[in-house]
Design a protein around this ligand. Structure first.
Ligand code: 5AD
Length: 369
């Protein structure tokens, strides 16, 4: 397949996803990068990622912090979250993402509301107050409203798979894990006025090229202003891994991850696309390569190291080992990526000019116009 043969309908996208020709993939990434720069500019926007808790009421079959897995649980205190947010302000990241396991208890909901106020009050000098994205799962509409009113303006809720049959295979079959409930949550977020981001995992068991093409078309149909999607990475103790269901090799999942970013950039040129942490597990410069394939959002992890190691959605040892905030002595590029993102960018990986949008929210152009 060549780039000129690519069409952005279901059939064309599926053909591109299935095509493993290295020259085609490289040309596609190159074109997506060009379209990104031409449409949203060369800037990469930062969001300091704060993983607030790995306690979760959900029992998703692929996830390493699912309710029924036995693992050390943690919850950051309000002071710890604020200390991380102050790091984001000091480093001029512009925004933070608060992500965590799903919880709907009143104490947790109120804690988030208080934190939103306190984060908005952090002194950022010349910059606007920190932008805030929440990623805390499905909540009643009133909770989404409370958090929106308290200052959150973006919310990330992955659909995980837009194919209801596949969704069913990777989740317990009960009302708490119903596909329709998740979809409704996404529509609630949008109606309230959030920039409602979504995404799916890439390279899962049972997932076909048509499914992945369907995910891209779902993003378009939902008119998502931002997308965070990343490769599936097996966690050794989840039911999905233990079932023995086959999934693509690490190498294939990585190239699929980059290809999905590139195709999405062509399909939705003016949205924000994150270079997911899951890419970094598969390649030490995975997130940088995501940027070079058309992503424009990078999320340096600023969770305190002692807890970061417990936010084990999948096997993240490769990231954590190499990250100086977790005490590692690994590759200096990775260290810089974690703590000083992009110090290593443009240094010969491709020589491309990458501009960091320091101190800015970097809201989706698709949303703000
Ligand atoms: N591999 C990749 N991503 C995963 N997530 C959860 N488990 C895995 C896994 N095994 C992702 C889900 C969720 C996000 C917080 O982490 O897509 O939305």
């Amino acid at each position: 397949m060549t780039l000129s043969e690519l069409t952005l309908d279901r059939e064309g996208l599926a053909a591109a996803i299935a095509c493993e020709d290295a020259a085609f993939e490289a040309a596609l990434r190159e074109e997506a990068y060009r379209v990104k720069v031409a449409t949203v500019g060369p800037e990469v926007y930062l969001r300091g990622l704060i993983e607030i808790s790995n306690i979760c009421v959900k029992d998703c079959l692929y996830c390493g912090i699912r309710r029924d897995i036995r693992c050390p649980r943690y919850e950051l205190s309000e002071d710890e979250v604020l200390a991380s947010a102050r790091i984001a302000a000091r480093r001029r990241f512009g925004s933070v993402v608060i992500q965590g396991g799903e919880r709907t208890d009143a104490a947790f909901v109120r804690k988030i509301t208080r934190l939103l106020g306190a984060i908005k009050a952090i002194d950022t000098g010349e910059d606007p107050p920190l932008g805030i994205t929440l990623s805390l799962g499905e909540q009643p509409r009133e909770v989404y409203e409370e958090w929106f009113d308290a200052g959150a303006h973006r919310y990330l809720l992955r659909i995980e798979s837009s194919n209801p049959d596949l969704y069913r295979k990777i989740h317990p079959d009960d009302p708490l894990h119903a596909f329709d409930r998740r979809l409704q949550a996404l529509y609630d977020l949008k109606a309230i006025g959030y920039q409602a981001g979504t995404g799916a995992m890439i390279g899962m068991p049972f997932q076909t090229a048509e499914d992945m093409a369907g995910d891209l078309l779902f993003y378009k149909e939902f008119d998502a202003p931002m997308i965070g999607m990343g490769p599936y990475n097996p966690h050794p103790e989840t039911p999905l891994t233990l079932s023995g269901a086959p999934y693509p090799s690490a190498e294939k999942r990585f190239s699929l991850g980059l290809k999905m970013i590139a195709l999405l950039r062509l399909l939705m040129p003016d949205i924000n696309i994150a270079a997911a942490t899951a890419l970094e597990v598969l390649d030490p410069r995975g997130r940088e390569k995501g940027i070079l394939a058309g992503a424009n959002v990078f999320m340096p992890n600023i969770t305190p190291e002692e807890q970061m190691v417990k936010y084990n959605l999948y096997d993240r040892k490769t990231i954590l080992r190499d990250c100086p905030v977790s005490g590692g002595k690994g590759d200096t590029h990775i260290c810089k990526n974690c703590v000083f993102p992009f110090c290593s960018m443009g240094d010969g990986l491709t020589g491309k000019k990458v501009v960091i949008g320091y101190g800015r929210w970097g809201d989706s152009k698709h949303f703000t116009g």
